[in-house]
Design a protein around this ligand. Sequence first.
Ligand SMILES: [Zn+2]
Length: 430
Amino acid sequence: MGHNTGGLPSNLLITGASQLLTLRGRVPRHGKALSDLGIVKNGAVLIRDGVIAAVGTRAEIELLPEARAAEKLDVGGRVVLPGFVDSHTHLIHAASRAEEYELKIAGASYEEIARKGGGILTSVKKLRAATAEVLKKRAHAALGEFAAHGTTTLEAKSGYGLDVASELKILRLHRELNREQPLEIVSTFLGAHVVPAEYRNKPGGAERYVALLTERLIPEVAAEKLAEFCDVFCDRGAFSRKESKKILQAGKKNGLLPRIHAEQLTRTGATQMAVQLGAASCDHLEQVNKADIQALGKSKTVATLLPGCDFHLGLKKYAPARELIGAGATVALATDYNPGTSPTMSMPMILSLACTQLRMTPAEAIAAATINAACSVLRDHKIGSLDAGKQADIAIFDVVDYREIPYYFGVNKCWMTLKKGRPVFHKAHT
Ligand SMILES: [Zn+2]
């Protein structure tokens, strides 16, 4: 069974889990509660028409009359948990940037490569030249990989188009992909990724590009309902805090909720600005200071950490996850799947990095990648935990202890992924 396969009927009883991680309880998870996975030993899940009908011990669930009539899936002592919510990806792009990989290894920084016309601008050139069909084919293959690593919902940003036609092309692909394959895609408009080449080094160029975003593209994206969120890359070499605020406010005015790339390469003060605007999420945060951490701790804005970037770029400074958790921030984890800084679709790999580099515990990392990430895309009422009434979005790992999910790295231990109760991935012959 591969990606996008159906098979199991509408009523399904899952049993035989060595550990069932329900993630039930407090939403979002802060501080000590971040470690609470709501584990049920020898647990069972009853699914009706793609929705979780009941969760509990095997003995409790098997007593239900409906459970007796349901199709059975015995997972043979594996670990069952909510499907991962990958709350930060750049799904649509035309090609990898493998040509930059050796430059990076030799010591060229991300910003040096960008200054020489590489980086994001290379991806923009390739995306503009690519047809929607080619982009879609690449995205379909990537979505198969996401599913194969236990992800059931992902946020996806535009941002490699940077002109009206190309940005709309990407966002329309998000919509088409949502219809054509089982994983749910949450669409974000990131026209403010960088200032495109044709506006650079021209008097008032950046200003004119910001005006194109705020006066033309954002209203058009909102009118066509092509995105739920508006994002900005606020950093050196991208957009200033002042420009970012203007763009996020224009988004908000048009019904697109703010999220932001903040304090990745340098500290700009983007975090506190975005918190004041009520952003759903501040992402990256490698360079945050104490005041930023406190502001996140007091806010509802999710702090989304992307350790895959630092790993791929070979950087030593990861986001201060322990301080953020200590301050009470809602910490989430995501892949930041993109061709320049984080070419991975694997949430388990991100969990491994969260444990070894961010010093999060396996339990904290799992909560950050499920229920807290669901909060960041405003879907905690229907995904992120295994609760009656929520979508039956489930990942099953071929391990007996949840700690083995991040413990193994560089190998895929995901055994089966279900979206709305239907298998979208099943590892064959295990
Ligand atoms: Zn990103």
